[in-house]
Design a protein around this ligand. Structure first.
Ligand code: GLY
Ligand code: MN
Ligand code: MN
Length: 408
């Protein structure tokens, strides 16, 4: 029997919007879907900004927006979805779009839907009334384009004097970082696809194969389980395993190689992110094994340090102490953790870890001179009392990896 498809319910999206409205304490705010840029490549399907998706579940509506106007008189108009107008000619290419009617309201869970043409007037009016506009989209570095809501607010400032712009950019990252039961169920489904993909990949490994062949086996397994790649994988054999963002995947695997596989499935919009390091022959050499055991100990030490109230710095220090003690401090050249969720490198609020967060723990040792590297990456749920390794069942100890490979 096919497992039942999981999704986030319309009620949960509605509750997320209600929390935003309440947290704004009277300030107006807007979350923008972004604009699809016409492209002939059709390689990746354009998707809405992930903050917009988090609040709506709407994936493919270019130019859409959600306006939060907490002080407008009619409570039914405090949250509005804006959709671009219909275009019969474009619909011949891209498929039909819905009229604004009760069916669309039922489908989206929004009671108030308007066309994008009315957003400038309504947002400017909200600014005049509230004199407070809150930025929700993350700020960008000064050499990048300004964040989309701040860009609108600056223009409004030229039209309406006395409007204060507030930094509320922590609000959505703080909400997104703590996963609901429904979000965790989706992540666990992604993890199951990732586990199946790594198992299939491990079984396929043999000297003479190209890295890309292993990648293809894993991707096919994701798709069989209604999942998709959460990011561009890294499959690096031999000295390629020491290149952190190696993506060519053209090298032929040799007998003595270690193969670092960093890959993860996404299910229902939620990512997983796992790395395992497998010996092409099925057995680690003594030297590879010694390094592997240090990385494994660092991974386990960091997982043990991950608990509510701990900081990313403390989790990193736990892993780093093990690797430094092993004499490989200079060979661990990246951080240990990041949040995982709607994005593989998910938004990260300020402050310590909290129950319900999902983070990676991914120490590594990279030895280009010796022609190999090792990374072990797990996705870890922060619980009330500590943490739970969601991906630990994917063969990880030397014994588990060698046993799994012996049964190929
Ligand atoms: N797959 C990218 C990372 O591990 O952060
Ligand atoms: Mn990864
Ligand atoms: Mn990662």
């Amino acid at each position: 029997m096919e497992p039942q498809a999981l999704t986030i319910s319309l009620d949960e999206y509605r509750e997320r919007r209600r929390r935003v409205l309440e947290s704004l304490e009277g300030a107006a705010a807007v979350v923008l879907a972004g604009a699809e840029i016409a492209s002939d490549s059709r390689q990746w399907r354009w998707r809405t900004d992930r903050l917009f998706w988090y609040l709506t579940g709407i994936d493919h509506e270019s130019d859409a927006a959600v306006l939060f106007d907490p002080t407008t008189e009619d409570p039914a108009r405090r949250i509005t979805l804006f959709l671009r107008p219909r275009d019969p000619e474009a619909e011949r290419w891209d498929g039909g779009r819905d009229p604004i009617d009760s069916a669309l309201k039922a489908k989206t869970g929004f009671t108030n839907i308007k066309r994008t043409g009315s957003l400038p007037g309504l947002l400017t009016e909200a600014a005049r009334r509230t004199k407070r506009l809150a930025c929700l989209h993350p700020f960008t570095p000064y050499n990048a384009e300004i964040s989309p809501d701040l860009a609108l607010f600056r223009r409004i400032g030229e039209h309406v004097p006395g409007v204060a712009v507030e930094d509320r950019t922590q609000l959505l990252p703080a909400m997104r970082a703590v996963k609901s039961p429904a979000e965790l169920a989706l992540i666990e489904r992604a993890v199951a696809a990732t586990a199946a993909g790594f198992t299939a990949g491990l079984r396929a490994i043999r000297p003479g194969l190209r890295e890309a062949d292993i990648e293809r086996v894993i991707t096919a397994t994701f798709r069989e389980l209604d999942s998709e790649p959460a990011f561009e994988p890294i499959v690096g054999a031999g000295s390629n395993a020491a290149v952190l963002h190696y993506q060519d995947s053209e090298t032929v695997v040799k007998e003595g190689d270690l193969i670092v596989i960093d890959y993860g499935a996404a299910y229902g919009g939620y990512a997983s992110d796992v790395t395992r390091t497998f010996p092409a022959s099925g057995r680690f050499t003594a030297e590879q094994r010694e390094v592997y055991e240090v990385v494994l100990e660092a991974n386990l030490a960091a997982i043990a340090a991950a608990r509510p109230g701990a900081t990313f710095t403390e989790v990193d220090a736990a892993a780093r102490a093990v690797i430094e003690k092993g004499g490989y401090g200079d060979a661990f050249i990246h951080g240990t953790s990041h949040n995982v969720g709607i994005e593989v490198h998910d938004v990260t609020p300020d402050g310590p870890l909290q129950a319900g967060m999902v983070i990676t723990v991914e120490p590594g040792i990279y030895l280009p001179d010796k022609g190999f590297g090792v990374r072990i990456e797990d996705d870890v749920l922060i619980t009330e009392t500590g943490s739970r390794d969601l991906t630990g069942a994917i063969p990880k100890t030397v014994a588990a990896v060698e046993a799994a490979m012996a049964s190929r």
